[in-house]
Each structure stands twice: as C-alpha cells, then as structure tokens.
Design a protein around this ligand. Structure first.
Ligand code: UGA
Length: 430
C-alpha cells in the first residue's frame, strides 16, 4: 500500500521504516528541509538500536522516500499517518498546532478517498477535531475517514516493539477504514482491538499513566525499604510474580524521564481538570517523580555532608539506555542541584554530548568513565547503560578521592561493590 507519514521525528521515522519493512511503499514528509535533506543523504538524525540497518536498506531499495512536497505526497498516498509532535503548552495541555496544520493541508490537497491515521499522542476528541479541520479546508466532495491508531513503542527497543506489538489499537467508526488499517499490520499477526476513536485516544494515555504509576509506586516503596533495611529488588520480584501485577516497570530508581510519560501525564491531568474530574492519584505520581532525583542528593549529603567544592561524577545523561534522547532525563535535575550546592560536576555518557551552553560550562564532560571518575569524591549512576556493569570498578576506586557510589538505577551488585571498597547505595537497595 502507498503510505504517507507526516512528521519525520522519532515516531514518524521509526513508523516509516517499519512499514517499509512490512512491504509497503512509504513517503516521509516534513517541513524541515534540512532534516529531509539529511535523511535523503542517508543520515538518520537520532540514534535507535537497529534502525539504521532498516534505514539504509529501504532507502537504497527505494521503499522509503523523504520529501517536503506536501501536495504530491498527499495526492500519491492512500493512507496518511499523522506523526507530528504534541508538546505541552505552559499549562500542561497538549499543543495541537502541528496536528491542526497537517489536517488543514490534507484537506487542501485531498484528491480521492483516503484514510487519515493519527499516531501522534493526542487528547480525547482530537480525532474528531482532525475530521472537522480536514472537512473545513476541503474544496471538493472527496470522502475520507479519520482513525486513531496510537503508538506503544519504547525508545531504545522501538524496532522490537513495532515488530512484536502486544496489541494494535484501531479507533475507528468506519468499517472500510478499519479494514484498510488492519491490512497494513496483517503480516505481524498481532492482536487487534477495534474501539471508538475516543477510546483509542484514552487507551494510549491510560497505558502511559499506569506504567508511570507503577514506577512511582515502586519508588515510594523503595524509600520505605531504605528505612526498614529491606531490599527493594526482592519486593519487586515477589510482587511481580503475581501475574495480576506483572514483573515490568517495577524498577526503582531516580524516576521516569523521556518525551512521553512526563508530557502525557500532564496532558491527561489537564483533560481531566477541564472535565472537572481531579485525578489525585496521578497528581501524586507526578509529584513523586519530581522529587525522586533529589532523594539521591539527600543520600549524597548524608554521606559527604556539604557538597560545596566536592567533586561528583554523574554517569549517564540519556533518559534511559540505548538512546541519545535526554528529554526530561532525571540526570539533569541531579546535575542542576549539584551545581546549586557548589559541587564540581564531571559527566560521562556513551553517546550523549552535552552542548556548551548547557549548565553554562560548569560541567565537564569526559570521553571515558575512567577519566570522568578521576579524583572524584562520589559517583552517581543516572542511566543504566549496560557498559557501566562491565567497567573495572576496582580501577575506578583506586583513582577516586572518595569511595561513595550512588546507584540511581540499582544496576550494580551491592555486595560486590562493597567488597571492592565502595560506600555503595542504590534506591531501596544497599
Ligand atoms: C514509553 C512507553 O513505555 C511506551 O509504551 C510508549 O509508546 C512511549 O512511552 C510513548 O508514549 O511514546 P519510553 O518513554 O520510550 O516509552 O520509555 P520507557 O521504557 O517507558 O521508560 C520511560 C522512563 O521510565 C525511563 O526514564 C526509564 O528509565 C524509567 N523506568 C522504566 C523506570 O524508572 N523504572 C522502570 O521500571 C521502567
């Protein structure tokens, strides 16, 4: 099928390549000329494990093309996916200006029946709005359907998630459109649930909100574990064995980051507020997540007392491993607080490069973990990059001034680290 993906950001580009891999002809459209030029020259503008392979393969075979020509791209395609960003406005609500612009463009150029699929995470009711925006700018009698088809892939494992989805949600009021969208995914043999567009929109937010709730829940338990001298890993394991709870998203640490959970929780809270339904549980989930990074600073102060002039190394800047995305990374509030308290901060990340203007040069970035930890009083792990497990921690300790190791992701073996000589502490785990 001929598919158009509007928006070549992270979700759009991943979706385009996955559909190319599933045997479709895909056009990626964006207004950002530089981005499109780079894509056409074979340069992927973000890092995602395994995606570059699909990118080169399908670009070379001509299964995927990138363009800024809105009119031609719309006219040529039968199914149009809207994958543009929906960032938060200052009040937490979702900013729909890009979605509206795209919908109006579709209305302007639509030349025959098309299915418009919304993959961007949009508040309940936006599918209906998109239908209205297209209808308003349409000059002919051509028919079209709007379908909501939310995305559940995770950064860092986007390819695996897209190829092995737990479910595909199709929110549609038209049998014809449902059939067309289902067919796109046919070769995946995945479970498909068909709902109303509004229900599909809410399934996406409710799923992210529930996963975020699991994380904040286990983080609260971890704080209690610290006081009771109980290992949170055993609690998570014991809870997770109950199939009604499940073992996933029960990893305690410095909290959740990324471009999705923080943004989507704000947008859901905003929707609920507008409807006069306070979601007090989710408000608490957000609160817990905001204070969680500072919990590690408290731990650090308990060990070092004053942080002024202390040298602290932060390992990991991305919001999770296997991505170069630093949006809402929990490393940043930690770094900011360290600077506020007068500490000297050294950082390392396997792929993220801090820009010069970030933190007004008060942070020094190093190429290797060994360099970043030289002569530091303490190390804080913020991202669970697997390479931090393989680091020669004995050698690191020899070159440090102090011996404090705070594991914000509970990724190292506490016993081993203590035997090496570290004053090691995780979150609810020591
Ligand atoms: C999340 C959802 O998991 C996806 O299903 C969804 O499609 C996506 O948002 C989206 O809305 O686009 P993502 O933000 O890529 O995916 O990353 P996650 O793997 O969910 O991790 C989010 C944050 O939670 C990370 O900072 C991670 O370190 C943290 N986390 C995750 C924990 O602190 N504990 C856990 O047990 C799991």
């Amino acid at each position: 099928m001929n598919i158009l993906i509007i928006g070549t950001g992270y979700v759009g580009t991943s979706t385009a390549l996955v559909f190319a891999e599933l045997g479709h002809k895909v056009i990626g459209l964006d207004t950002d000329i530089r981005k499109i030029d780079e894509l056409n020259r074979g340069k992927l503008h973000f890092y995602e494990k395994g995606l570059d392979h699909l990118f080169y393969k399908h670009l070379e075979k001509g299964n995927v093309q990138f363009t800024t020509d809105t009119e031609q791209a719309i006219k040529k395609s039968k199914v149009i996916f809207i994958c543009v960003g929906t960032p938060n406005n200052d009040d937490g609500s979702a900013n729909l200006q890009f979605v509206e612009q795209v919908a109006r463009n579709i209305g302007h150029f639509i030349n025959n029946y098309k299915v418009i699929v919304i993959k961007s995470t949009v508040p309940v009711g936006v599918s209906e709005k998109v239908r209205e925006w297209i209808a308003e700018s349409k000059k002919n009698k051509v028919r079209f359907d709007v379908v909501s088809n939310p995305e559940f892939l995770r950064e860092g494992s986007a390819l695996w998630d897209a190829m092995h989805p737990d479910r595909i949600v199709i929110g549609s009021r038209s049998e014809k459109a449902t059939l067309i969208v289902s067919k796109l995914y046919q070769s995946l043999n995945a479970l498909i649930i068909v709902t109303t567009p509004q229900a599909a929109e809410l399934i996406k937010y409710a799923s992210n909100a529930f996963l975020a709730t699991k994380i904040s829940f286990i983080n609260e338990m971890a704080k209690l574990c610290d006081k009771l001298d109980i290992n949170i890993l055993q609690i998570a394991e014991g809870m997770g064995m109950d199939h009604r709870i499940g073992p996933y998203f029960l990893e305690a640490g410095i909290g959740y980051g990324g471009s999705c959970f923080p943004k989507d929780l704000n947008a859901l809270l905003d929707t609920a507020k507008r409807k006069g339904v306070p979601l007090s549980l989710l408000e608490k989930v957000v609160d817990i997540n905001q204070t969680q990074p500072l919990y590690v600073i408290e731990k650090l102060k308990n060990k070092l007392r004053l942080l002024k002039k202390k040298r602290i190394c932060v390992l990991g800047l991305s919001f999770k491993p296997e991505t170069d995305d630093t949006r809402e990374s929990r490393a940043f509030p930690i770094i900011r607080e360290l600077i506020n308290q007068g500490a000297e901060v050294a950082v390392h990340d396997p792929i993220v490069q801090l820009s010069d203007d970030m933190f007004q040069s008060s942070v020094k970035q190093f190429e290797t973990e060994q360099q970043a930890t030289q002569k530091v009083d303490a190390v804080i792990i913020c991202t669970n990059w697997s390479q931090y497990i393989r680091v020669d921690w004995k050698e690191i300790l020899i070159n440090m001034s102090g011996n404090v190791l705070l594991d914000g992701r509970n990724m190292l073996n506490a016993q081993e680290m203590k035997e090496i000589g570290f004053d090691y502490e995780g979150v609810g785990y020591k």
